[in-house]
Write a new protein. Structure first.
Length: 64
């Protein structure tokens, strides 16, 4: 699951990544600052602005 640009504190949406993680999802977080997910459930934390990180991910996927 991609979690992009959120603090993870607004309910009820903030629960979705936890539910996904409990059901076996890999959590990839893109955020310029750590959130409530970063040290708890994020499998990958990309500390970057969303636009920059998404452009890099897009380029990497196109290369494959």
């Amino acid at each position: 699951m991609l979690v992009i640009g959120t603090t993870g504190e607004i309910m009820p949406a903030s629960q979705i990544p936890f539910i996904a993680e409990q059901n076996g999802a890999i959590i990839i977080e893109i955020n310029p600052n750590k959130s409530s997910y970063s040290d708890r459930i994020s499998d990958v934390f990309i500390q970057e602005k969303a636009t920059v990180a998404c452009q890099l991910l897009d380029s990497a996927l196109e290369a494959d």
